[in-house]
Ligand binder design. Structure first.
Ligand code: F6P
Ligand code: MG
Length: 512
């Protein structure tokens, strides 16, 4: 598919792409270096293993030494990367590290080189940003002791821990809903009202994204996460496109269906995704299965990985160890009532996971038919431009359907890049794409005029399956807007595309 406009890139210094390469990525790289320094420091301080088995303790101290040395080497690589990025150096090929998409990233890099666009300040933003996280992954996976290390984990957990007030607030709403269950069953119009509340909660959950908000105070976090009817009414005017009614209309035509969530961020946002999923399964006759699609590697700082998913449910089950309820200095412990509300909700989530009502589409996960890893032809991909993929099939190998989400591929190429995943999604009754990066991939991060229809911007993906995007605006691309709305918004806040205060709820049904 050849879109009629080019993708965003940092050659336009007034765009968010330029600010991202010049300012935001260096901050993110520095935070990785700081985190690794902390880890290495802690390793130095680790007390020697106690006991008589001196051979064992010697082995352990050798292991710790080796880990520290590898940690230092990663720090050096990240430092070098930051230096080269700031000086607009050529982006190096991703090493053959045994993980997904190396050939694809590198062949795309070759294409960019031919067009003299293979440097940090010239490459298309979407490609370069995916490449950045994939390259970082290669630094870790090539070591012995840091293979599974997520440099953003501590940050994700820290912000989640500060989300207590909002989490208890939502647990209370879910508790109140329980007492209305009988009434809801016989009154679809009230059900719709609650659905709207849930969907808005899930939408604004996307505001807590750590790659944008690198340093948030507790008060900032609570403000972003505030829920409840009043807050949502106040925020309604910030929803620039609102397809809630269309989604609801579509859902009511489904019976015992399956909803897929292409996840975005861990912590609070994931919690809101789980709550929306819980609402759909527990209170409506429309949905009886939910499949969650996480990222298999640390991604865009705060995106959900499979360990994050499991940890989130575990944290919700023992909340007192993590969440307090207030931003005041003397943080409060949750009341017994609050604890009970959250416990009930968390137990239900756990039960859905253990029964397979909720599944994760990961290797060995509890997906459809017990995990979604499949044996399929290698998806060796060559590209002709930065936006069009041509697939060449080679020898059979094992790949996971979850790998696709960390390829730098616009979603109009899902069918070509990973036919099996495309077919899986075709079987869904609604695929919910969470967040900003998913929106950029849905629209190819192309400089579409903002009045371009959502359908046109989706390219060949349009109509493949019912699709809902819930996104707070954190990048330049935006489509499907009325010209009138655009004029008003420009007057109100010139930064509406990127400051995270505005949002889009975009729905498109399945063709035919
Ligand atoms: O840094 C680029 C970016 O894609 C921004 O557009 C956005 O701030 C962030 O990363 C990802 O946001 P989200 O977590 O909502 O996908
Ligand atoms: Mg994200």
């Amino acid at each position: 598919f050849q879109p009629p406009f080019p993708p965003y890139d940092p050659t336009d210094k007034s765009g968010f792409s330029y600010e991202t390469v010049a300012k935001r990525w260096p901050v993110i790289l520095t935070s990785i270096v700081d985190q690794l320094h902390r880890e290495n420091h802690d390793l130095h301080l680790r007390p020697p293993i106690d006991g008589s088995d001196s051979a064992h303790s010697e082995e352990e101290s050798l292991r710790v030494e080796a880990k520290i040395t590898e940690g230092k080497a990663i720090i050096e690589k990240v430092g070098k990367l930051k230096y080269e990025m700031a000086r607009d150096h050529v982006m190096e090929p991703i090493p053959m590290d045994g993980e997904a998409h190396v050939d694809f990233y590198n062949s795309e890099l070759e294409n960019l080189a031919k067009a003299s666009k293979d440097t940090w300040f010239k490459a298309p933003w979407l490609y370069a940003e995916c490449y950045l996280y994939r390259l970082l992954r290669s630094y870790f996976v090539q070591t012995t002791h840091w293979k599974d290390y997520d440099p953003f984990h501590a940050q994700k957990l820290d912000v989640f821990a500060k989300s207590g007030a909002s989490i208890y607030g939502i647990a209370k709403i879910m508790h109140e809903l329980e007492s209305e269950k009988g009434a809801l069953e016989s009154d679809p119009s009230t059900l719709k009202v609650f659905f709207q509340e849930m969907i808005q909660m899930c939408l604004w959950g996307n505001a807590t994204d750590l790659s944008l908000l690198t340093h948030m105070s507790l008060v900032d976090i609570e403000k972003l996460q505030s829920v409840g009817k009043e807050m949502q009414a106040a925020r309604k005017e910030f929803i620039m496109r609102d397809d809630q009614d269309k989604v609801w209309e579509h859902l009511t035509t489904v019976k015992n269906g399956r909803v897929d969530f292409v996840l975005d961020n861990a912590g609070f946002e994931l919690f809101t995704d789980l709550v929306l999923a819980d609402f759909l399964v527990t209170y409506t006759p429309y949905v009886s299965k939910v499949v969650f699609h996480p990222k298999l590697i640390p991604w865009f700082v705060s995106d959900v990985t499979p360990p994050d998913f499991n940890e989130t449910i575990a944290c919700l089950l023992r909340p007192t160890s993590l969440f307090t309820t207030s931003s005041s200095s003397s943080s409060l412990l949750p009341s017994p009532e609050q604890q009970q509300h959250l416990r009930k909700l968390a137990e239900r989530l756990r039960q859905y996971v253990s029964e397979g009502v909720f599944a994760m589409s990961v290797p060995g996960g509890t997906g459809l038919g017990g995990g979604l890893t499949t044996t399929a032809p290698t998806t060796a991909i060559t590209t002709t431009t930065t936006t069009t993929m041509v697939k060449t099939t080679t020898a059979a190998t094992t790949h996971s359907l979850a790998e696709f989400w960390t390829a730098p591929v616009p979603y109009w190429d899902i069918e070509t890049y990973d036919r099996e995943l495309w077919e899986l999604l075709r079987g869904s009754d609604l695929v919910v794409f969470k967040g900003d990066l998913n929106y950029r991939k849905l629209t190819g991060d192309i400089k579409w005029p903002s009045w371009t229809s959502f359908e046109e911007a989706l390219g060949p993906l349009a109509g493949s399956f019912p699709l809902l995007s819930l996104r707070t605006n954190k990048a330049d691309v935006a489509v499907g807007l009325d010209k009138e709305v655009l004029v008003q918004i420009e007057e109100k806040d010139a930064n509406w595309r990127v400051n995270g205060k505005f949002a889009l709820i975009s729905f498109l049904g399945k063709e035919g």
